[in-house]
Design a protein around this ligand. Sequence first.
Ligand code: NOJ
Length: 568
Amino acid sequence: MTSQKSSWRQAAVYQIYPWSFNEDEGRQPQKGHGSIKGIAEKIPYLREEVGIDAIWLSPFYPSPMKDGGYDISDLKDVHPDLGTIDDFDELVRVAHHHGVKLMADFVPNHTSDQHEWFQKSRKRDGYEDWYIWHPGHVDENGERQVPNNWASVFSMPNRQARDRGEMPWLHHDEWTPPVSQWEWDDERQEYYLHSFAKEQPDLNWSNPFVREAMKDAMRFWLDHGVDGFRVDAVNHIGKNMKLPNEEVNTAYNEQWNENPYDQLLRYNSADYPEALHSYIWEMAQVLKDEKYEDRDLRMVLEAYVGESELRDMDAIAPGVASTFNFGRFYIDWSASHQKIQIDYYYSRLQKTAVGNQVNGNHDKTRVATRLGEDFARTAAIMNLFLPGMRFIYNGEELNLRDAKIPYERLQDPYGGRDPERTPMIWDTDMPNGGFSNVAPEDLWLPVNEEDLDRSVASQRAQPKSTLSLFREALKLCHKLDAVQRGSYVSMHTDNDNVLAYSRRTDDDTVVVLTNFTRETQHVKVFDTDFVIAESILSSNNVREDLGRVDIRSGITLEPAEALVIIPA
Ligand code: NOJ
């Protein structure tokens, strides 16, 4: 299927964090975390009450859970605590039956250290070059030193240790050292490389057997019916295997850059185009295989890199693969700055590419906490009407916030991402918000008590709730041809606090106006082919009869309001 016709072009994609979504009631005894069957039970909710078109499942594979499931010990199975392969097949069946596509998280860069490949590799029992091993260097004092200065992404624990007073030898003006990517292995008597936690050794993508095994894992899930992949940390698979040191990032300043990892530039340890581009291309060929020609497959690549690197990756296989568009996370919440990023993004995307918009995920402070609950609704409407795949992180439709988690209940080794990963809240009046029936202290992460009254059950009948807002917005998105097929047209107004864009086909137009302030704004819109407009949706007030306005003489936007209008 060509991507021009692909149903991913305007798909609302809902990210599910399986451990925190829903535990099916049938599971006895209950375990205190989500299950695959629990996800299947909620597909009708997602389709009918939210209006989503696809789900992305964060890792559900066997894992020692040293990194929230991103440390996979078997790429071709389901974590026994979440369910079975049969449960997974049934989930795919239920999803497809409801017209919902399913994207699986695919983690190419590393496995768990418990994976059979690594266990054998460290014993030199086959798989010798499947990971990146090095004996290190012996210095003038006869001491063994790591092969180079490459730093682990998970270097925050050093910063936290220093804050706890555990690095007294550092002078006050010295930076906190990052965690090395190299870990000594007593068994093999060599160092192995890990871009993330030490329990997540990096696979050696320069080894063709590794590449074949990973593509084989992709095929395994495609044959189980998945419609594509969210590809984890893809930029890390491309490394300079000569292993040169990284240069120091002279722009690093510990006050502004949180993570000691950012002290080094990244030209070799990741983002190395000579290797990376061809590996992405190879993965894309799996989706393009003749065998799957009747399927509508896609992958979305996760890479926290600069715009020019993203542009290059997006040009590798635009028909099936595009990178996540995270650019707006790094820009302040102002109409003019956000507009520059949005305009640039759509202008640089190739015609055959499918773009995307994101307000949050399992690695980021929830949008309601980051921007505030009012602006979270504004940001939702702004994103939902833009072209491409619109990602919704589970709980965003309820305006859930980050939770405060007691130290002794933290799960994330990296140290900061549990607050956005707490359980979904289904019913205010049920134990643990209807998520699971265990005693609260046995939940894998606590329910955010402060959000208990934001449950699905309490919001579904309230016309002004965030859930109703998502439902109405996605209904409109499905109904309006300009949203389904229209191009993105950036617009000018007389008010710098308002961002305006439209979606246009030859016959239809939809305009979205967003007030980026908490004050009332008056705005005139000039470059439309109509003057009298009808307001069809407001982020503040979910009603369809919002009235008629003259857009040349001006529209009044309420504080933090996003307003959707069409020609009257
Ligand atoms: C990105 C994932 O989103 C994150 O949760 C994980 O820790 C790293 N990749 C490593 O897999």
